[in-house]
Design a protein around this ligand. Structure first.
Ligand code: ADE
Length: 227
């Protein structure tokens, strides 16, 4: 899988992709993440990528020409299943979308900045618009990093323990149950007896029960969806 991220601020996310699971997945050849500097496609000597909004108003708009040149250049080298634009007015990202996207071939992600990108780019190229929540960040870079992380950890072999991603919160529309590690007792605080029993059937039942309890209590909206 190839994930190509177009950004005006590559430095903002390069560090993120140089670490942890994403780094391991990249090194293991499971996925290649490329960060493309939109300025390389900027106009003129100053490599301009944004301009004033027609009709006036505060804030700059990312220009059509550098974006089209960049998108077309990438498209000439690879086929993309999705061209995603990160924007607060997109569909709100969730685990189901992450699961679906993890099954894709190649994905292109465009990070918005300033007031956003020229609407004509959205109309002509974008196949999916994604928001990571109902709040406005100063750019699409962090949202792009968020969805890329959520997608990559679902690719088989990307994580140390492959079953681990399947038991994450939300995978079965339930929050994850509580977890414990050694010591079994710390200053009088004890781990639930059942987890030390070695009875895996009972442990599984206990975990399901706790996951349901937690979901009902903390996310009744999610619980309603599972009924
Ligand atoms: N860009 C700015 N805010 C955003 C958000 N909430 N989700 C996706 N992209 C964004």
């Amino acid at each position: 899988m190839q994930i190509d991220i177009i950004t005006a601020l590559p430095g903002l996310i390069e560090g993120f992709f140089a670490h942890s699971i994403v780094k391991r997945a990249r090194e293991g050849g499971k996925v290649s993440v490329n960060i493309i500097d939109l300025r390389d496609y900027g106009i003129g000597k100053s490599r301009q990528i944004d301009d004033y909004a027609f009709g006036g108003g505060a804030g700059m708009v990312m220009m059509i020409e550098p974006l089209v040149n960049c998108i077309e250049d990438l498209k000439s080298k690879a086929d993309y299943d999705e061209i995603i634009y990160m924007t607060p007015d997109g569909d709100v990202f969730d685990q189901r979308t992450a699961n679906k996207l993890s099954l894709s071939g190649n994905i292109m992600i465009i990070c918005g900045h300033y007031k956003g990108i020229d609407e004509r780019v959205r109309e002509k190229y974008i196949t999916k618009e994604i928001s990571i929540g109902d709040y406005v960040l100063s750019g699409g870079e962090i949202p792009a990093a968020v969805i890329t992380d959520a997608i990559i950890r679902l690719i088989p072999g990307a994580m140390n323990d492959e079953t681990s991603a399947l038991t994450d919160s939300f995978q079965d529309s339930l929050l994850a149950p509580p977890v414990y590690t050694r010591p079994a007792e710390y200053k009088g605080l004890k781990v639930p007896e059942i987890l030390l029993s070695g009875n895996f059937k009972k442990i599984e039942d206990w975990r399901t029960e706790k996951a349901i309890e937690r979901t009902k209590e903390r996310r009744p909206d999610l619980w309603k969806k599972t009924l």
